[in-house]
Design a protein around this ligand. Sequence first.
Ligand SMILES: Nc1ncnc2c1ncn2[C@@H]1O[C@H](COP(=O)(O)OP(=O)(O)O)[C@@H](O)[C@H]1O
Ligand SMILES: [Mg+2]
Length: 607
Amino acid sequence: MSFRKPSKDNSKTDKFTKDTFLSGIKILSYLKPHKFLFFLGAFFLIVSTVTALSFPYLFPLLVDLAQHKEVHLIPYNGTTLINITSRLELIEIIVALLIIQSIVSFLRLYIFAHTNERILADIRYDLYTKIISLPISFYEKNRIGELTSRITSDVTKLHDVLSIDIAEFIRQIFTLLGGIVLLFLISKELTLFILYTVPVVVVFGLFFGKFIRKKSAEAQQAIADSNVVVEETFHNINIVKAYTNELFESNRYLQKVNKIKNVNLGNAVFRGLFISFIILVMFGVITLVLYKASGLLEVNKLTVGQVIQFIIFTVFIAGSLAGIADLFGKIITALGASDRITQILAIPSELDIKEANANKINGVIEFNDIHFHYPTRPEIEILKGISFKANKGEKIALVGSSGAGKSTILQVLLRFYAIQKGSITIDNISTTEMNIQDLRANIAVVPQEVLLFGGTIKENILYGKLGASDEEVMHAVIKSNSLEFIERFPEGLNTIVGERGVKLSGGQRQRIAIARAILKDPAILLLDEATSALDAASEKLVQSALDTLMEGRTTIIIAHRLSTIRNVDKIIVINHGKIAEQGTHQELSMMQDGLYNHLLKLQYQLH
Ligand SMILES: Nc1ncnc2c1ncn2[C@@H]1O[C@H](COP(=O)(O)OP(=O)(O)O)[C@@H](O)[C@H]1O
Ligand SMILES: [Mg+2]
C-alpha cells in the first residue's frame, strides 16, 4: 500500500531513483507473452538499420567508379572480399538492398505495432480493473483527476515510448555502432580522432539529461494537478454555476495551466542549450574531419568517394549520439510513468472481479461491539461499541441526529472500510472471512441521492442484474411503481436519463434504484434516508415501492422521518457513535425523557 500521493509529495516524483527504475522496469513483464514477436521485430529493425547504413556507404563509391577507380567494397586485411568495376554493378547491389530494406522496414513497423498495441491494451485494462477493484479508502486518499491522469497521460507516455522511442533507440545504437565500424574500414586514423569527442558529448548529455528529466517529471505532475480541477468542476458543474463561480474556477485552472507552461518553458531552456551544444560539437567535428580528410586526399591516401563516405558517417554518428541522449531522456521519463502505474498495480485488490457468481445467504446480521474510525481520520472514533442483531427478514431502524454514525454502520457492514475492533457476522460468519463478492452480492442499497449512469432507464435497472430478461425488468418496473412515469416518456424504458440521471426527478431516480434492487433480489436491504429528499407525493409512491421491496428481506432503515418507521421490529437510537436506546416504537415512545421521544417531539413541532 505504498502508493505515493504525488500532489502532497512533489519532491519524491521529481527524483529518478534506483527504486523508480526497478519499479518502472517491472512494466516489462507485460512484454513476456509477446516476447517472440518483439524479438522478431527487433531483428528486422537491426537488419533495416544495417541496410540503411549501406546506402551512404555505397552511394559515394559511384564517384570513384566514374573516375575509373576500382572499388573495394569490403576491405579486409589489406585485400578485398568484393571488387566492383562498373557503376551498373554497384547500382544492382543498391537496388537489391533497397528492396530488402523496404520489406524489412514494413515488417518491423508492423510487428512492433502489433506487440505494442497488445501490451498497451493489457496495461490499460489491468490498470482500470485494478483501480476499480481497490477499496473505497484508496479513492479517499487519491483524487479522481489524478487517477484519470494515470490512465490517460501516463499510459500515453508509455505508448509513445513503446511505439516510437524504444525502436528508435535500438536503431540509433546500431547506427552508431555500424557507423563506427564502417568508419574504421575507411580510415582508422580519422575514426580515432572522432571517437575522442564522444566522451565529451556523453558527459554533457548526462548533465543536461538530468535537468530535462527533472522538468519533465514536474510537467507530468502539473498536468495531473490540472486534471484534478477539470474533473472536480465538471462533476460539480451545477454547483459551479449556481454560485456563478465560473471565473473563480477559470482562475484556478489558469494557475495550473500556467504552471504547466512555466515548467515546460524551463525545460525548453535546457533542451535548447543541449541542442545548440550538439550542433556546435557536431559541425565542429565535421569541419575538423573535413580538414584532415582533405589532407589525406591530397596525398592520395583516400579517394574522393571515401572522403564523402567519411563525412556522411560522421554526420550519422553525431546525429545518433544526439538522438540517443534525447531518447534516453524520454525513456527515463516513461520509466517514471510506468513506476506510478506499477505502484498502483501492486496494491492488493479487495476482490477478484473475475470470480464466479456469489452464494446466497439468509441474512442474519449481528454487530458485536464495533469500534471504528475512518482511515483518513484515525484520531476520531466514529463508532464506539455498537452491538445489535437483526434476524432474517426483520426490519431494524436506525435513528439519531445527523453525524451520529448511522451511515457509517452501513458502510462497515458493506465492508467499504475495515473495522478496528469487534466483529460483524452474517449468518454467523464473520464478514471479514466472507468473500467480498458473496457479501455485497447479497446486499442492495437505496441511498438518499441516487446517481444513475448515462445510458437508458433500462440499462440502469439492469445494473441490478446484468442479463435479466425483459419480463424480469418489467416486473421490477411495476413493483417499484416506476411504470407510471416511464410510460409517460415517448421512448419508455429506452429513454436516455442524461449524464448521472439529471433528466429525471429525485423520486423517479429513487424508484429506478428500487427497481434495480428488486432485480438484484438480495437477502439484505439497506435504506439510507431513501425518502427524505422527496416531496410528500413522491414519498408516498417511493414508500409503497419500498414496502414491497422490503418483504422477506432483512432490512436496515435509516429514517429521517420517524413516521415511516412506526411498524419496524426494532428502533435503535444512535447518539455520538453509541446506542442510546433501543426497542419498538411503543416501548421507546413510553420513555418520557428518552432521546427517541425527544426526536418525536421535534418532528411533531416541525409539522
Ligand atoms: N468517508 C469519511 N471519512 C471521514 N469521516 C467521515 C466519512 N464519512 C463520514 N465521516 C464522519 O463520520 C461521522 C458520522 O457520519 P455518518 O455516519 O455519515 O453520520 P449519519 O448518522 O448522519 O449518517 C461524521 O462526523 C462524518 O463527518
Ligand atoms: Mg447519513
